[in-house]
Design a protein around this ligand. Structure first.
Ligand code: PAF
Length: 265
């Protein structure tokens, strides 16, 4: 697996691959990789000739009070996982490389960014489109893969790519869950064993709302009863039932397709 830390090194390899006719696939990540990320790499490999992953903990999508400093940084382990997954190249840019011309956004999020996450993390999608547009301009992929766990993010990126005619196919990859249905997330690493048990109720309650057995409001109440401390939202959009809720200092998000039942129920 090639490792590129600069745009120059990245683009040298991409140029050679493209001149050989290769279709370039890209999976941006913030590292702390788990099986969910590896499933994105695997999907990318089926859709492209070359798979490039990036690891960059993007400062502009964290508010000052959020977990940028404590976000797990596991570069060596992550690179081993990517190599084992058969990724062709990992891009590990510095903040200076990404924001070489300053952190001012060159694009702004569209309508998909309104509500839900933006009501609670108003800075978030501005930071996401800012970094994804820069990563896209460095990698120049034909296709890029994003997890459906961050469903609103996927919609925001689809919209940005279309609005700016970037010519990049955006593909959503299904959520990977643990044996209890908890959506895999790098932030699950923050949970104590007791919090983990509560977190595993989230998908069960979301499926009830997705089937219409309970309302989104009742689902929010049930999450509180299960032990979540604060519910940011439970709401339906894009044919998904989406939720964000806090367990101590950890904020978890998840979503399931409207109309579907909890597997195994
Ligand atoms: O989903 C993520 O990990 C991040 O928001 C992304 C898309 C890599 C941008 O920093």
């Amino acid at each position: 697996m090639l490792i590129a830390r600069t745009k120059k090194n990245l683009q040298e390899a991409v140029r050679v691959w493209k001149s050989g006719g290769a279709r370039i696939g890209f999976v941006p990540t913030m590292g702390a990789l788990h099986e969910g990320h590896i499933s994105l790499m695997n999907l990318c490999k089926t859709r492209a000739d070359r798979t490039i992953a990036s690891i960059f903990v993007n400062p502009t999508q964290f508010a000052p009070h959020e977990d940028f400093d404590r976000y797990p940084r596991l570069e060596e382990q992550d690179c081993i996982k990517l190599e084992d997954a058969g990724v062709d190249m990992v891009y590990l840019p510095s903040a200076g490389e990404i924001y070489e011309d300053g952190m001012e956004p060159r694009v702004t999020p569209g309508k998909a960014a309104e509500g839900l996450e933006s009501d609670f993390r108003p800075h978030f999608f501005g930071g996401v489109v800012n970094v994804v547009e820069r990563l896209f301009s460095h990698v120049q992929p034909d296709i890029a893969i994003f997890g459906e766990k961050d469903y609103q993010q996927l919609e925001v990126i689809r919209e940005m790519t279309a609005a700016h005619d970037m010519g990049i196919e955006i593909v959503g990859a299904p959520i990977i869950r643990d044996d209890h249905g908890l959506a895999l997330s790098s932030r699950n690493a923050y949970l104590s064993p007791a919090e983990l048990a509560i977190a595993r109720q989230m998908n069960v309650i979301l499926y009830e709302a997705a089937r219409g057995t309970i309302t989104p409001e009742a689902a929010a109440d049930k999450l509180l009863e299960a032990g979540f401390h604060k519910i940011d939202y439970v709401a339906s959009r894009w044919g998904r039932m989406l939720a964000a809720a806090w367990l101590g200092k950890t904020r978890l998000i998840d979503n399931v397709a409207v109309g579907t039942a909890c597997p195994g129920s």
